[in-house]
Design a protein around this ligand. Structure first.
Ligand code: DC
Length: 231
């Protein structure tokens, strides 16, 4: 698509938790001058709001009303994406363990998914977006010009999380592995928009290649795709 004389595409990056999607997506967006959209942060914001208001994941009609009135804004900044919930900066608050362990349950609700998918499609309308999530290539942006499915083994993903921990938030490696495997299973087996590789997505396994190499690979794939689109 030609916007103001500059041609841009949309890039969808899906995959399980901890495969490096957000770092890669942020780096790819920065190298291409695109906007990075972290859709997981939107599910996390809904979870935080529901928890604060005592709404559980199985109160479907209450969740529907709640999510449709919620004001969620994503603001690109030089250090990543800031997220505002009802105008409050919740960028750090949505990363707590309390939200992380519960978010899959809220993310499997049909009303939450359809509302957030609609917002995500609106964000991508003018192209030039790198969007990461679980269902971007399959449901949110099925027409994205480039689709990547980024994965890594459970052990490698747990080890990456483990290395980020400090003595204040220490969690044994075995527990991290179990939590990641549980979250994968919930995301892969939910009825609506499960985590699955789109038929036309390119599979990249980051178990044995560095994040920077993955970024360079996706940038070069996107340049090739852009040349194709431009004819
Ligand atoms: O990428 P993340 O860990 O921040 O995602 C948080 C949760 O949201 C995760 O359990 C899966 C869910 N999610 C989803 O179902 N669909 C998306 N497009 C993005 C995230």
């Amino acid at each position: 698509m030609l916007v103001h004389g500059v041609s841009r595409i949309n890039i969808a990056i899906d995959g399980p938790a901890g495969a490096g999607k957000s770092t890669v997506a942020r780096q790819v967006a920065s190298k291409l001058g695109y906007v990075y959209v972290d859709t997981g942060s939107m599910y996390r914001a809904v979870t935080l709001y529901a928890q604060r208001n005592g709404v559980s994941a199985n109160q479907s009609s209450t969740l529907q009303q709640m999510v449709e009135q919620l004001e969620i804004e994503l603001i690109p900044t030089s250090v990543g994406q800031m997220i505002l919930l009802q105008q409050e900066d919740v960028t750090a608050l949505i990363r707590t363990r309390e939200v992380t362990t519960e978010v899959s349950h809220y993310a499997s609700n049909e009303h939450v998914r359809s509302h957030l998918s609609k917002l995500q499609r609106e964000l991508a309308i003018n192209k030039g977006i790198v969007m990461d999530g679980r269902d971007i290539g399959t449901h949110v942006l099925p027409d994205a010009e480039l689709k990547i499915f980024l994965t890594a083994s459970v052990q490698e993903r747990a080890l990456r999380r483990y290395k980020e921990l400090t003595s204040d938030n220490y969690i044994p490696l075995e527990q991290l592995e179990a939590e990641i495997a549980t979250r994968d299973k919930l995301d892969e087996t939910r009825e609506i928009a499960p985590l699955i590789q789109a038929d036309d997505a390119i599979l990249i396994d980051s178990s044995y290649i560095g994040i920077d190499e993955v970024t360079d690979l996706i940038v070069s794939l996107s340049q090739k795709k852009l040349a194709e689109v431009m004819g």
